[in-house]
Write a protein that binds this ligand. Structure first.
Ligand code: ATP
Length: 609
């Protein structure tokens, strides 16, 4: 039996008017009881204000305000201007349509015309949920030549057939302005009451939704096959799993305590989270917000095809912009630059990426979300075929706060945002869709912006990678410490060189290459070749940061850490300067202190991404 659309419209109106969540649940219970099981998915999608989950990547309705006004005008036989003006006055096209329809109805009644109109005098219509849904789906899926006219005709047809109240909600739905205020959790609660016996069963429905981010689908399985079927829901390749989220702490001692003493600690990369699904030779990539972003990353698709040794798998990692020549991480903004480019093939070349993998949720029929992290890691390591750009996230296992802290500093210096500490005990499952204490993010509270350039001395060099193979690609740079008359390392710089700079590098360094560390150089890092302090270069970076590796100002700010430059770039050579004219350690220390400030949360930029 088809379901009258009037039932849905009536519920929408009630939902819109109530401010009580308990009342909302009751209205939904009432609605679901009146819903035929095979229609429940459509009802749930309507409540969510969409035709299907966003991740399906299906087209949106594609009906702009102008077309919508035109459709109303055609349906109601009133001039477009009238519709437009009333909508403006009421601030809502939905309300305008409702009022115009009511007036028409009244007029028709007065002259006894109702019998000739499509709808009965009760103010209700013969529209069904199925018909409205299917028509709107057709509107969305119509593309190409003549699609504008067809969309217009279909929408006008719906509005003509609808009752005033129904028309109001159809119009608002098309505009994407349903705003009923019903969250997924409320829908889940009502579904549990109606189909699983009580609200206490909501965790079962919730879990299913977390594993298959399609509430319409979960509702349909529940309504047509029962709660046992929902309990047995496993992840399915091609349907995204809602991501596990982390709590935040900024103290290594507390972090380890919270995790039960021991943890897997990984770099927290500053890129885009990617849930990568593989089935045979098909790959899907879903974002943190479960959008299908496969088309944006043809290079990652290639990597995944080669890098996952399983017929079916779901793995998780972070996509990060990298410097192709040095393999070093690039800032988040670079990745955004790539995403803004229209031609993906140009973007791919300009901003190459690497994927750092950190979890596996499904492998050849087995749901791994219920397994503890160490077991998932074993599976992940087994299926991965690693390469330079497709590899496990940098990590350590530790039970020592000092070790965690050192690793954290190294992560920041390498361009990561901090670290993720993860529980490794027997209860360390993958909590899909939940923020909990099994994962703890550790980011900085403060950072020291780098505003001025510094002049540093070359004390070593590294060979490049890829197209720079065999030639020098990065330099180890040091500041001058006049107190000890030594050079203390600050950073490794591999960015900012032009091809011409790089061509000249071998020749420039040649006279200064020595077989061992120069006695006046203080370094913990070991370059491929040592260089006598002679050449000075101007360097800029994003920040000054603490580093466990570099010796500049070692222990001045924090025990066990020196000062380093994050995302350093070469600007130019300073042949006019001698090594002793380079920026001093003390100057770097002053710069660090002067620019230190609290970090604002950057949720906004991530959201915009
Ligand atoms: P949240 O995702 O927690 O709501 P957010 O979007 O602001 O917050 P962050 O707080 O910065 O993000 O941290 C979580 C994100 O860190 C993850 O969603 C993921 O994209 C990223 N990330 C980077 N490296 C890792 C890693 N090794 N393990 C897990 N997540 C990682």
């Amino acid at each position: 039996m088809p379901m009258p659309f009037s039932i849905l419209a009536e519920t929408f109106e009630k939902l819109e008017r109530t401010t009580s969540r308990t009342q909302m649940v009751l209205y939904l219970v009432d609605l679901f009881k009146k819903t035929p099981p095979e229609t429940i998915d459509k009802v749930v999608y309507f409540l969510q204000g969409k035709l299907w989950p966003d991740w399906k990547g299906l087209p949106e309705l594609g009906v702009g305000e102008k077309t919508l006004i035109k459709a109303v005008s055609i349906a109601l036989h009133v001039p477009e201007r009238t519709v437009e003006e009333l909508a403006k006055r009421l601030g809502d096209l939905g309300l305008a349509v409702e009022r115009l329809k009511r007036e028409k109805e009244k007029g028709a009644k007065a002259v006894g015309l109702l019998a000739f109109m499509k709808q009965p005098s009760s103010g209700e219509s013969t529209l069904t949920v199925e018909k409205v849904y299917d028509t709107l789906a057709r509107v969305a899926l119509t593309t190409g030549e003549g699609s504008r006219e067809l969309k217009l005709k279909l929408v006008a047809g719906l509005i003509a057939e609808a009752s005033p109240r129904e028309a109001k909600y159809i119009v608002r739905f098309i505009e994407g302005r349903l705003r009923l205020g019903v969250g997924d959790a409320t829908i889940i609660e009502a579904l549990s009451i109606v189909y699983a016996g009580s609200a206490a069963m909501k965790h079962v429905v919730e879990r299913a939704y977390n594993l298959r981010a399609d509430l319409g689908l979960v509702a349909k399985i529940l309504a047509t096959q029962g709660v046992e079927a929902v309990k047995n829901i496993k992840p399915e390749v091609g349907i995204p799993i809602r991501p596990m989220l982390a709590e935040r702490l900024n103290n290594p001692v507390e972090i380890l305590k919270k995790l039960g003493g021991r943890a897997l600690v990984e770099y927290k990369y500053d890129g885009e989270r990617a849930q990568i699904h593989k089935k045979g030779d098909k790959i899907w990539i879903f974002s943190r917000r479960l959008e299908n972003i496969t088309k944006m990353y043809p290079d990652v698709v290639e990597m995944a095809l080669k890098g996952i040794k399983a017929n079916e798998a779901i793995v998780e990692g972070e996509i990060v912009a990298i410097d192709p020549d040095t393999g070093e991480l690039r800032p988040f903004q670079e990745l955004m630059r790539r995403k803004r480019k229209h031609d993906i093939h140009i973007a791919m070349k300009e901003v190459p990426v690497a994927v750092y993998l950190f979890d596996i949720l499904y492998r050849d029929g087995e749901d791994l979300t219920v397994k503890p992290l160490p077991e998932r890691r074993k599976h992940l390591e087994e299926v991965l075929v690693q390469s330079d750009t497709w590899r496990l996230a940098e990590h350590i296992y530790t039970d020592k706060p000092e070790e965690l802290e050192q690793f954290f500093l190294r992560a920041i210096e390498d361009g990561a945002e901090g670290v993720m500490a993860k529980a490794v005990h027997s209860r360390s499952i993958y909590q899909a869709g939940a923020r909990g204490w099994l994962w703890i993010k550790y980011k900085r509270d403060y950072k020291s912006e780098m505003i001025d350039t510094v002049d540093l001395v070359v004390v070593g060099a590294f060979y490049g990678k890829g197209r720079r193979g065999g030639k020098f690609g990065a330099l180890l740079m040091a500041a001058y410490d006049p107190d000890t008359d030594t050079f203390k390392t600050v950073c490794k710089v591999g960015s900012g060189f032009t091809d011409e700079d790089l061509e000249r590098l071998n020749e420039m360094l040649k006279p200064y290459i020595i077989p061992h560390k120069h006695p006046r150089v203080d370094s913990k890092m070991k370059p491929d070749v040592w260089v006598q302090p002679a050449l000075v270069a101007e360097i800029i970076g994003a920040e000054l940061t603490l580093s466990p590796i570099h010796t500049c100002c070692h222990g001045w700010v924090k025990p066990g850490a020196g000062i380093s430059i994050r995302f350093p770039r070469f600007i130019r050579w300073r042949p006019d300067k001698s090594p002793e004219d380079a920026t001093t350690t003390k100057e770097l220390y002053e710069m660090y202190k002067r620019q230190l400030h609290k970090i604002e949360e950057k949720t906004a930029t991530r959201e915009a991404a």
